[in-house]
Design a protein around this ligand. Structure first.
Ligand code: SIN
Length: 505
């Protein structure tokens, strides 16, 4: 009998990997109920792929490379762009209700794409529509054993030095050691480390902490993408106003009604996401406010064309047909993650990573809009192919593992506020050093909880990168170095070694 694969996480990458891993048996662990707790279901824009008559995979690859600001692995971008159209056709065949008119795909234009290239579902419902189709398929798949409400606490070290499975907590709070020759991390984002995020707040970089504890390398953790137009209505997480709105012609204005993206960039509202996020941040810092004005561009069609954004606005008493939408930047996507090759292998025997928690260099310093769902599909399938080709000969023997300490809610909120203040859209040495001191204090009080370990990777890398590039902007080093070099860090390199500073120092 073939040995099972454990997959931790049930967003697009985890589910697509699980579906393609047959005939191997998959144990799919998801901390929430299927369909909840993953960013996938909240994705609005859609999936980027060269599906239009005027488009080609090499154009998609070159936009991906350009957006990534000198740190994109070209082979990864080419693989993504070439495999993209077929992945979307396969999702359509599975029942994901992409919009089409006859043979032609309805495609949206988003920032930094040279073509309209984003396949969408019912306006802004891409994530929800795709996730529903994937969930139907995994529930019908005989090879997948779904365990809802099971959280990964730690990876089990193997006697041979690799990974031998997962220490997991069931919904009743009991710990279980689940041994497996192969474990795939698909736990998504770390947006929940920030006070303002568009991701589930439970996404706190768990994969980084667990993989690093087993010796895996973390790549480019300083590169966090801030979406410029989260709807600023005091909700946690913050609902998104999709970039497709700007693709339709919606403009960004200050409290006086002045457009503020026209001067800073020739592409104005469709400038790369990091540029727009910094301009929105600066308007807010200057007290001018930032608003997305879709009154003319979308107007009366809003409820039908962008139902999720419309519902979020209405929940706060805003009618976007009549009023501009208040917006703020929010942590949205992590370009960094557990370092992998192009098949999701981490370099630690038996340990794989796919989707947002993985980093193979595809997104570089700044992810191109709507490339994330496609990343989960293309590289999830590649990992599954590899896992099924190499039927495991490895006999694992798991050693002891302890569950990670939990961070109390009050400490988590302190961490989130500090991350937004000092490792957010604009960073500098003073703030990052103060933030490291806060992490040291929290770790001294509560132990090396997963969110603290993940935050430490982001902050240490941000402190070491004395330049600005993509999503990482240092006000004390505002220019990019001539050559971009990726960051690779292990746990030993980021462990606390600084004295605990007084915040006033
Ligand atoms: C959006 O719809 O604006 C977000 C799409 C993405 O993050 O790729």
């Amino acid at each position: 009998m073939t040995q099972p694969i454990i997959i931790l996480g049930a967003g697009i990458a985890g589910l697509w990997t699980a579906l393609h891993a047959a005939p191997r048996r998959v144990i799919l662990l998801t901390g929430a109920r299927l369909g909840e707790g993953s960013s996938t279901g909240w994705a609005q824009g859609g999936v980027a792929a060269a599906l239009g008559d005027d488009d080609r995979p090499d154009l998609h690859a070159s936009d991906t490379i350009e957006a990534g600001a000198g740190l994109v692995d070209k082979a990864a971008a080419q693989l993504l762009a070439e495999a993209g159209p077929q992945e979307i056709k396969d999702l359509l065949a599975l029942g994901a209700p992409f919009e089409k008119s006859g043979d032609a795909w309805a495609l949206s234009r988003e920032a930094a794409h040279s073509r309209a290239r984003v396949a969408r579902v019912k306006g802004d419902q891409a994530g929800a529509g795709i996730l529903a189709a994937l969930i139907r398929a995994v529930r019908l798949a005989d090879h997948i054993d779904i365990r809802e409400g099971w959280r990964g606490e730690a990876l089990l070290p193997a006697r041979d030095g690799g990974c031998a499975g997962v220490l997991a907590r069931d919904p009743a709070g009991q710990l279980h050691r689940i041994e497996a020759a192969d474990t795939v991390l698909a736990t998504g984002s770390l947006g929940g480390l920030y006070a303002v995020t568009t991701t589930p707040w439970t996404s706190q970089g768990q994969a980084l902490a667990m993989a690093a504890a087993l010796g895996a390398t973390i790549r480019d953790p300083e590169f966090v993408q801030f979406h410029p137009t989260a709807i600023d209505i005091g909700r946690d997480p913050a609902p998104l106003a999709t970039e497709a709105l700007r693709g339709e012609g919606a403009t960004l204005i200050d409290g006086e009604g002045r457009r503020f993206m026209v001067d800073p960039h020739p592409l104005a509202e469709l400038a790369p996401r990091d540029v727009v996020a910094r301009c929105v941040h600066s308007q807010i810092q200057l007290g001018r406010g930032a608003f997305l004005d879709a009154r003319e561009a979308v107007g009366e069609a809003f409820p039908e064309r962008f139902p999720a954004v419309f519902a979020a606005c209405k929940s706060a008493g805003i009618d976007p047909r009549i009023t501009a939408i208040p917006v703020a930047p929010a942590a949205h996507y992590h370009m960094g993650g557990v370092a992998t090759d192009l098949d999701g292998f981490t370099g630690v025997s038996g340990l794989w990573a796919v989707g947002e928690c993985a980093a193979n260099g595809l997104h570089g310093a700044n992810r191109l809009a709507s490339n994330s769902l496609l990343d989960g599909l293309v590289f999830g399938r590649r990992a599954a192919d590899k896992l099924t080709q190499n039927s495991p000969r490895r006999q694992v023997k798991a050693l002891h593992a302890e569950p990670a300490p939990q961070l109390p809610v009050e400490a988590l909120q302190r961490l989130r506020q500090a991350m937004s203040a000092d490792a957010g859209v604009v960073r500098d040495r003073y703030g990052l050093t103060r933030l490291l001191a806060t992490l040291n204090r929290l770790e001294a009080e509560h132990g090396a909880a997963h969110p603290l370990v993940a935050a430490r990777f982001v902050v240490s890398a941000a402190l070491s990168r004395n330049e600005s590039r993509g999503g990482h902007y240092r006000s004390d080093f505002p220019k990019a170095d001539r050559t971009g070099i990726p960051t690779y860090l292990t746990l030993d390199q980021v462990k606390p070694d600084l004295p605990v500073l007084d915040a006033a120092e």
